[in-house]
Design a protein around this ligand. Sequence first.
Ligand code: MG
Length: 159
Amino acid sequence: MSVRCGIGYDLHRLAEGQKLIVGGIELPFEKGSVGHSDGDVLAHALCDALLGAAGLGDIGTHFPDSDPKWKGANSLRFLEHARKLLDEKHFAIEHVDAVVILEKPRLGPHFPKMREALAGALGVTVEHIHLKAKTNEGVDAVGHGEAIAAHVVATLSRP
Ligand code: MG
C-alpha cells in the first residue's frame, strides 16, 4: 500500500452582506466570506489537499473562478467531484486534519455539523475528519477580522 499526503491552504476576505459558510455550514455572523463560489475556505483548502495528494492539480484547475457555472456554488460539490477523481485513481481517504483561523465567531460548537457535512460529501465517516480552530491573536488581516484562512493536510492510500 502506498500512502500520500497533500497540503491545502485558502484565505477569503470577510465583508458585511455576505454569508459565512465554513465546512459546508452557514454560521450566524455579521460578516461573510467574499468569493466566486460560496467562499468556504475550509472546503477549498480541503479540496486542494485531496487533489494535491493525488497529484491532480488544484481547485482552480477543476473549478476555474472564470467559469460562471461555479458562481455562488456550494463548495461541497467541489469535494464530491474531488472524491470522484480520487475514486478513478483508486485512492482512499485515510484522514483529514484541518485548522481554520479566524478571530470570530467561535467555530468549536459547529464542528460536529461541519464534520458531518464534509464527511458526507467525501463518502467517509466523521472519524476521518479532524477539525481545529485558532484565532490570529488580533494580528494581521485575519486577526483584525478582515479575513478567514484554513490549512488542511489530507492523507490518501492506494493499494
Ligand atoms: Mg477559496
